[in-house]
Design a protein around this ligand. Structure first.
Ligand SMILES: Cc1ncc(COP(=O)(O)O)c(C=O)c1O
Length: 441
């Protein structure tokens, strides 16, 4: 064990092989810009923006100062039947850049504390809205295979990752579209995959099976991140939008990863030019500095809920930490940084370089696909016989040992560095990853 470690016993770590980790811990003790520092004093290039959240890089003083100021001014305020200025200010700032463009901005904002809470909130808003407009029989929610929507019961019910589901009961009345991952037809696409738009017709199939009048909403990640960087086939999202609209089914984009500049536009909604009814966000909303999430809602949904007795609570939902003053202060400072440094569109400037750098790994043994979009990449490796995920774990360890942090999920390495990355950071990351893949057996 390295320096100054307290006992590792008490902390039950999330999504971690606890015993394996505690036998050989990887400890981060500091962070600045593009790098972490480990407890043995090594600099580690952050190839994943933490968990897809530190879009403006680490150690941003402006955020720290805003948080400190807010802590001294108003550390906490209840948000049920009470308000505080930072929550309203931040909502106005978010509304000004909200997904959908000036015509169709989803500019009504409901605060949460995380991506999982944003997902459950969006599902509940969808159900409440359908009821409010006299469509109360619409209680069914459709997700997609291989989707990741966090770990709440709503999120795992519409999600499609078996290990996150098998030990737990799920909401009744959910169903799933097929996923769009198709290596046989689309491997090594340099742009969006050509094949698979027709998979959106699964929604028609589910309408035929269940009846449109029972379906409240469909939720997808416009680009699926945590399940291994799965890109939407050309035309797929447009088709899903058309079918959902035709049947009165709300479309929810889960932009917890793609929100706040990851694809080179403020939101994937803007990148693809397909406007859903609700957008879930978290992570980059505060640059990962303070836990927070937000659901962006269309005015049609919001306004439909603002009917009836004005003294009645319109939505029986909210969290102790909805609109937390510290998170709002961090969020406002984060948006200032994004604006001043052009970070919500910076990925677009790097995307060709990024693509070329990643595709240079084509031809290495075990590499069976490379996918990039914005400043995201997935490098898929052939699974080792009888030991799925073992090869990527080795690659992850090798990268960490040699100065880079990458994510892996199953047999896919996922990269999503902070949006302040330079070309030389990209070169370094790809070199470390390529060397690790070459060494993996
Ligand atoms: C698309 C998506 N939705 C929801 C979540 C859950 O977010 P959180 O871990 O903040 O609850 C994630 C987390 O990675 C995500 O990628």
């Amino acid at each position: 064990m390295t320096q100054n470690h307290p006992s590792l016993d008490a902390y039950w770590m999330p999504f971690t092989a606890n015993r394996q980790f505690k036998a050989a811990p990887r400890m981060l003790v500091g962070a600045e810009g593009m790098h972490y520092t480990t407890d043995d004093g090594r600099k580690i290039l952050d190839g994943a923006a933490g968990l897809w959240c530190v879009n403006a890089g680490h150690g941003r003083k402006r955020i720290a100062e805003a948080v400190e100021r807010q802590l001294h001014t108003l550390d906490y305020a209840p948000s049920f039947q009470m308000g505080h200025p930072a929550a309203f200010d931040f909502a106005e700032r978010l509304a000004a850049i909200a997904p959908g463009g000036p015509e169709a901005r989803l500019d009504r904002i409901f605060y949460t504390g995380s991506g999982s809470e944003s997902v459950d909130t969006a599902l509940k808003i969808a159900l409440a809205y359908q009821r409010a407009i006299g469509q109360g029989a619409r209680t069914r929610i459709i997700g997609r295979e291989r989707g990741y929507h966090g770990v709440g019961f709503g999120g795992i019910s519409v999600g499609g990752i078996v290990n996150n589901r098998r030990a737990f009961p799920q909401l009744p009345g959910t169903d799933h579209l097929r996923h769009t991952h198709d290596l046989a037809r689309n491997a090594f696409s340099r742009d969006l995959p050509e094949h698979g738009a027709e998979l959106a017709d699964d929604l028609e199939r589910l309408v035929a099976l269940h009846g449109a009048e029972t379906i409240a909403a469909v939720i997808v990640e416009p680009m699926a991140g945590s399940t291994g960087v799965l890109l939407p086939p050309k035309g797929y999202l447009e088709r899903l939008r058309a079918i959902s609209k035709k049947h009165g089914i709300l479309l929810i984009f889960d932009e917890v990863i793609t929100g706040f500049g990851r694809l080179g536009k403020p939101f994937a909604t803007d990148y693809f030019g397909v406007v859903p009814d609700l957008v879930t966000t978290a992570k980059g909303i505060t640059n990962g500095s303070v836990p927070m999430g937000a659901v962006f809602c269309s005015r049609a949904i919001h306004d439909a809920m603002m009917q009836g007795d004005p003294a009645a609570i319109e939505l029986f939902h909210g969290y102790t930490y909805s609109g937390h003053p510290i998170a709002c202060a961090a969020g406002i400072a984060t948006l200032d940084i994004y604006k001043e440094e052009g970070l919500l569109t910076r990925a677009a400037e790097l995307t060709e370089y990024w693509k070329d750098a990643l595709h240079s790994l084509k031809g290495l043994s075990h590499v069976i696909d490379i996918r990039t979009l914005g400043l995201v990449a997935g490098v898929e490796l052939d699974p080792r016989a009888g030991a799925p995920g073992a090869r990527t774990y080795e690659v992850f360890l090798d990268c960490f040992k040699n100065g880079a942090y990458v994510r892996y999920t199953g047999d896919i390495i996922a990269l999503s560095p902070p949006l302040i990355a330079t070309k030389s950071h990209i070169d370094e990351l790809v070199t470390i990853l390529g060397t690790a893949i070459r060494r993996a057996e």
